[in-house]
Design a protein around this ligand. Sequence first.
Ligand SMILES: NC(=O)c1ccc[n+]([C@@H]2O[C@H](COP(=O)([O-])OP(=O)(O)OC[C@H]3O[C@@H](n4cnc5c(N)ncnc54)[C@H](O)[C@@H]3O)[C@@H](O)[C@H]2O)c1
Ligand SMILES: O=c1ccn([C@@H]2O[C@H](COP(=O)(O)OP(=O)(O)O[C@H]3O[C@H](CO)[C@H](O)[C@H](O)[C@H]3O)[C@@H](O)[C@H]2O)c(=O)[nH]1
Length: 321
Amino acid sequence: MKKYLVTGGAGYVGGVVAAHLIEAGHQVVVLDDLSTGFAESVPAGAQFVRGRIQDAADVLDASFDGVLHFAASSQVGESVADPEKYWRNNAAGSLELLSAMRKADVRRLVFSSTAAVYGEPEQVPIPETARTAPTNPYGATKLAVDHMITSEANAHGLAAVSLRYFNVAGAYGVQGERHDPESHLIPLVIQAALGKRPHIAVYGEDYPTPDGTCIRDYIHVADLAEAHLLALDAATPGEHLICNLGNGEGFSVRQVIDAVRRVTGRDIPAVTAERRPGDPAVLVASAERARTVLGWQPRRTDLDAIVADAWNFTLSLNEQQ
Ligand SMILES: NC(=O)c1ccc[n+]([C@@H]2O[C@H](COP(=O)([O-])OP(=O)(O)OC[C@H]3O[C@@H](n4cnc5c(N)ncnc54)[C@H](O)[C@@H]3O)[C@@H](O)[C@H]2O)c1
Ligand SMILES: O=c1ccn([C@@H]2O[C@H](COP(=O)(O)OP(=O)(O)O[C@H]3O[C@H](CO)[C@H](O)[C@H](O)[C@H]3O)[C@@H](O)[C@H]2O)c(=O)[nH]1
């Protein structure tokens, strides 16, 4: 049994990973300021500390075997409107966390990076060796943290893995996506299916793709969680491993809407809207490195199954409210 600090463990991805760590027999302490998370998303069995990563030194000591770092601000549009918030919370906050880890002699880290570090891709599927050219401050702050981690590994022997998620989706039982405001496609289409919004706006139908809508790589949050446990084992002192996490298969916005129609059996009005600035036409991962180096194998790749998990989670949430 190991003891891990999970920053952002009251959020969507961090909560699901914390649950997987507990199921694997580990001890988990969640550090979260509840800025976008929910105390009830912290899984049973985890110790919850309400606080900021900027104050991680108050929590960390040598009894911890490692840190899984999810805490971040992650709304692309907000990062364009208020970049300072993103540089302070994501970049400066992560610097404080790395410093607290070094002082407490906690030398193992798994970090939530993002496909947003690549920006408009030059090749698809995107390998980790692709040019990094983020098109928004959110992606730029995540790339800055990746660089910080590389220097920390080189200078002080940190064992680190950055996982660059593509489009995380689905749910793990009662743990699912609860962003407010919601910006992600699948939960938005589900809200339209429930009549909570009049329609789903399709941001652009004139992209150079088969049906004209953007293509993304949707990865099930439980598959993502399994990669984190493998990454903890693979982390090597003095090395910073970077792995993309995606299924390697793309689905268009129209295909996602059709999947939600099939799964829910509901009529979902869709209207054509303007392109959303900064959206690349196609983002699909090459996750070969995660497969070969981590031994990771995504198991929940069927789009309807991913949507069904998100739908069942939303229904369970509505029953509670
Ligand atoms: N969801 C996705 O599709 C996706 C894709 C790529 C990368 N990511 C990254 O994965 C991570 C988790 O994303 P998510 O979708 O679960 O987001 P989320 O907003 O649900 O979770 C983030 C959590 O971090 C907490 N937090 C934020 N700033 C904090 C701080 N300074 N100190 C302590 N806690 C703080 C929030 O309260 C929240 O509980 C983020 O780092 C995000 O950038 C997510
Ligand atoms: O109401 C909506 C919402 C989204 N979309 C479209 O659906 C696709 C998926 O959009 P999301 O907002 O769900 O996800 P993104 O691909 O924009 O964002 C994801 O990929 C980014 C990398 O570019 C970051 O990693 C980010 O954290 C992650 O959620 C995009 O083509 C978007 O234009 C719509 O058509 N209508």
